[in-house]
Write a protein that binds this ligand. Structure first.
Ligand code: 13P
Length: 249
């Protein structure tokens, strides 16, 4: 049985004050969250603050991206060792905003995934098709290509300590959530593809859904057989909204 995981991706939002209030709110509501693992992914500059505030908490935390390089002349980048210095446990890699706005390629994502794992952190590997790709009927092809780029380099066994997030790009920040059936179809496809390589890993790997998930649709999405949790953008910025999703899990 896979544990439900609900992770917030704050993106480039928040301030010292708002983050403190948000974490206080989430922490207070955690007593009503039964079996779900809760994680927040924060802008790197706030990770020391998050780490301090969550020191005695069951809430995990992570970064939103990572450098693929270990050390050196990479102005503005943050390495795995630096994230480790602040006890960071998770790292989002391959988010569609990194791919589309910053030009990160499948190979970069694979290297970032490797950097996170090599440092003992859990990568949250994002996969997902654009609206154009969905309309062309190549969703499975796109998701396969994105997944293969990582697995051909790092091996299917690497998924034993990784998380996958299926985030259809057209559903991110648009309010246009995938229907539970649409999401389930792709999640099942991903799991079956992994099962052709390693059935045990496929059975255990958590596959999260991301894209306009909120308190109103979380129950239906999380009720699908292959949806093991959520990666939440907008609705993770308010304690009440985020907790409602965590409780649905
Ligand atoms: P929204 O929940 O705002 O659609 O964002 C989803 C997302 O990109 C999480 O990584």
């Amino acid at each position: 049985m896979r544990q439900t995981l609900v992770a917030g991706n704050w993106k480039m939002n928040g301030s010292k004050e708002s983050i403190q209030t948000l974490l206080e709110g989430i922490s207070t509501g955690m007593s009503d969250v039964a079996n779900t693992k809760v994680v927040v992914c924060a802008p790197s500059i706030y990770l020391p603050l998050v780490s301090e505030q969550l020191a005695d908490s069951d809430i995990g935390f992570g970064a939103e991206t990572i450098s693929e390089y270990e050390v050196g002349a990479y102005t503005g980048e943050i390495s795995a060792a630096m994230l480790n210095d602040f006890s960071c446990q998770y790292v989002i890699v391959g988010h569609s905003e990194r791919r589309s706005i910053y030009g990160e390629q499948d190979a970069d994502t694979a290297n970032k995934y490797a950097a996170a794992r090599n440092a003992g952190m859990t990568p949250i590997l994002c996969l997902g098709e654009s609206l154009e790709e969905r309309e062309k009927g190549i969703t499975e092809e796109v998701v396969s290509r994105q997944l293969d780029a990582v697995l051909s380099q790092e091996g299917v066994e690497s998924l034993a300590d990784a998380v996958i997030a299926y985030e259809p790009v057209w559903a991110i920040g648009t309010g246009m959530t995938a229907t539970p059936e649409q999401a389930q179809d792709v999640h099942k496809f991903i799991r079956e593809k992994i099962a052709t390589m390693n059935a045990d890993i496929a059975d255990k790997v958590q596959i999260l859904y991301g894209g306009s998930m909120n308190a109103g649709n979380a129950n239906d999405l999380l009720g699908m057989a292959d949806i093991d949790g959520g990666l939440i953008g907008g609705a993770s910025l308010k304690a009440e909204d985020f907790l409602a999703i965590c409780k649905a899990g």
